[in-house]
Write a protein that binds this ligand. Structure first.
Ligand code: FES
Ligand code: FES
Length: 171
């Protein structure tokens, strides 16, 4: 048995999960590895691009830099947990499609999670607030205009928290 491993328990997309992780394990590795949640993407791996954005206790974090050990007792939301029903798009995902805010799509899960976190704390953000919220998220296809438009569209339609996920705002 590896003594460096520690047991952590947390909630992911509404379901409890317990696993063992070491001090060097990052949340992104856990997501794409033992959790099998590959919707979250790895871009830079260094906290620069935002492709790996997920929400922990209501706050957007770069999962490539977030130590998995920190998850103990927390609530994690990933792109897979946004929709109310399997196979259906959430309101904000639908807005991205409708506004043509997806090109290669690599940045999209991170953009959507960052937007979701913004709308959780501010359901009616202005254009400047949306732009500021996206500062840490890079789109190599440079589709920023459509992305901002999609987030405005989702805000105007009203934020829909996922039915199966209890959000806990960061204290
Ligand atoms: S992969 Fe995490 S910020 Fe780029
Ligand atoms: S849509 Fe290609 S990186 Fe953003």
């Amino acid at each position: 048995m590896n003594k460096a491993l520690q047991t952590i328990s947390f909630t992911v997309n509404g379901s409890p999960f317990t696993t063992q992780v070491g001090p060097g394990t990052m949340l992104l590795d856990l997501l794409r590895g033992s959790l099998g949640l590959t919707g979250t993407k790895e871009g830079c791996g260094e906290g620069e691009c935002g492709a790996c954005t997920v929400i922990v206790d209501g706050m957007a974090v770069n999962s490539c830099l977030y130590p998995a050990l920190e998850l103990q007792g927390r609530t994690l939301l990933t792109i897979e947990g946004l929709s109310r029903e399997p196979g259906q798009l959430s309101l904000i995902q639908r807005a991205f499609v409708d506004e043509g805010a997806i090109q290669c799509g690599f940045c999209t899960p991170g953009m959507i999670m960052k937007a979701h976190a913004l709308l959780l704390r501010n359901p009616a953000p202005g254009e400047r607030e949306i732009q500021d919220a996206l500062l840490g998220n890079l789109c190599r296809c440079t589709g920023y205009v459509q992305i901002v438009r999609a987030i405005r569209r989702a805000a105007e339609a009203g934020q829909e928290p996922p039915a199966n996920v209890r959000e806990r705002q960061h204290e």
